[in-house]
Write a protein that binds this ligand. Structure first.
Ligand code: FCB
Length: 469
């Protein structure tokens, strides 16, 4: 259905500015990042690919979740999204224009294994072959994430993350990816934000598969951890020279309104959000509250299976989060509100660059691993002006403040080696649909026209300056 939409070439006038004159005129100064620092952009399969049932792709839990009334704003779906499945050459060109050296994307599990296991889909596998080859040919390193939330529906029908067998299904999927792409892709991550998809998908029930149940939440955490460790062993054995990691969402957790009554809720949210995955994976044990709660589901040998050596810590950061005591809630607390006086982005997320700096330092001292910031960005509701330009000053200010905060952490001795903006393109923002725009590039979802925003030019300038060219 999407293939028939006409491709639109980018007008040259829309390319991000990169000439020396432009940079001098911008008045920005070099911050002094190492020359080999990795500058990239991130996306995920369901949020950009579209082509939801093209070429043999099977359904994911997000395909079916979006069809349920009231789940996603405006009834939006990822059926077409950015039509990246067909327009990927244009999108690689956009990355080249910005000048990134790395692109983090995810593989859609049901595109390559339509039922999640068993029969593979050659056309789906070919798609990522083409993408990877083009990236490499243009000097952009592919960073492949195996799982960014789009579980094959066929596996969900067997219990999904609640079925312990999923560790084996995930390892089989990792085997397929390693065998197919491991000769060219060395940067591999098992999961994107396991704490978010388990908490929102099985705890609060907001995201697919929309289960709100304390036991389900705990079980899903443990099974994802088992799947991670099992897949790491597969990738380590099968991909020579692999640099393996996992991507965690890390935010400081505060009691709503600073109230004593909300403190325990915030400590629990902190364990669920920040610790449920990195602690067992890197320290070999669950944090105190989780250790007690998850104990009934842990079998002998599990912790050793989960805690496998990896090479890098992927850190996604946006803003602090808040919790409120609520004994009636399935997981014992409610999602809290930020203080009214908090500075906020266009979509209402609090802006605190110093929290980012502190979180980087905190992660480095706790887990003692090289960090790559695999997501950071600013949501808004940008629109082009009458001259078809998108002046997203707020995003530029955000990125400037957050990259400076990252540099401060590095100056304090934190080993940060790369930074990926979320996101290359405006895309399908889960429950918020297409209303929340995070892209460096504006997308007209009716025509699929792409317009690089001012932030794309700003990011291009930053990369150019910091590389010292
Ligand atoms: C992160 C997700 C990513 C995107 C950004 C805004 O939590 O990993 O897919 O939705 O938030």
């Amino acid at each position: 259905m999407v293939a028939t939409q006409k491709k639109k070439k980018l007008a040259d006038g829309n390319k991000p500015a990169r000439s020396n004159n432009d940079l001098e005129a911008s008045g920005e100064r070099r911050l002094g990042f190492p020359k080999d620092f990795v500058w990239g952009v991130s996306t995920s399969a369901y949020q950009i690919e579209g082509a939801a049932s093209d070429d043999g792709k099977g359904p994911s839990i997000w395909d079916t979740h979006c069809l349920q009334k009231g789940r996603v704003a405006n009834g939006d779906t990822g059926d077409v999204a950015c039509d990246h499945y067909h327009r990927w050459p244009d999108d690689v060109r956009l990355m080249t224009d910005i000048g990134v050296s790395a692109y983090r994307f995810s593989v859609s599990w049901p595109r390559v294994l339509p039922r999640g296991r068993g029969q593979t889909n050659e056309k789906g596998l070919d798609f990522y072959d083409r993408l990877i080859d083009r990236l490499l040919a243009t000097g952009i390193e592919p960073w492949l994430c195996l799982y960014h939330w789009d579980l094959p529906k066929g596996l969900d029908e067997l219990g999904g993350w609640l079925n312990r067998d999923i560790a084996g299904w995930f390892a089989d999927y990792a085997t397929l990816i390693a065998r197919r792409y491991g000769d060219r892709v060395k940067r591999l991550a098992t999961f994107n934000e396991p704490s978010v998809f388990t908490l929102f998908g099985y705890g609060f029930g907001w995201n697919a598969p929309a289960v709100a149940d304390r036991t389900a939440h705990l079980v899903s955490i443990h099974h994802v951890n088992l799947a991670h460790g099992t897949a790491i062993d597969v990738l380590r054995t099968m991909v020579p020279g692999a640099k393996l990691g996992i991507i965690h969402n890390r935010q400081p957790c505060h009691p709503e309104n600073g109230l004593e009554a909300n403190k325990e809720a915030a400590l629990l949210l902190d364990e669920h959000w920040n610790k449920a995955f990195p602690d067992p994976q890197l320290l070999g044990h669950y944090s105190p509250r989780l250790a007690v709660a998850i104990e009934p589901f842990v079998r002998s040998g599990d912790m050793a299976r989960i805690c496998r050596p990896i090479d890098w810590f992927g850190l996604n950061h946006y803003s602090p989060i808040y919790a409120r005591a609520d004994a009636a809630a399935p997981i014992g607390y409610a999602w809290g509100d930020a203080p009214v006086e908090a500075p906020r982005s266009g979509i209402g997320w609090p802006i605190y660059p110093e929290a980012f700096r502190d979180e980087l330092m905190n992660v480095a001292s706790t887990y003692k691993m090289p960090i790559y910031v695999t997501e950071n960005g600013c949501g808004g509701s940008d629109m082009p002006d009458s001259a078809s330009k998108v002046h997203d000053h707020e995003r530029v200010d955000y990125l400037r403040a957050y990259t400076s905060a990252m540099k401060q952490a590095m100056d304090e001795g934190t080993d940060v080696r790369g930074y990926f903006v979320w996101s290359l393109l405006d895309n399908f923002e889960w429950g918020s649909g297409y209303g929340n725009r995070f892209g460096l590039v504006w997308v007209d979802f009716a025509t699929q026209t792409r317009i690089p925003k001012d932030s794309a030019a700003w990011y291009a300038g930053l990369i150019h300056r910091e590389r010292g060219r």
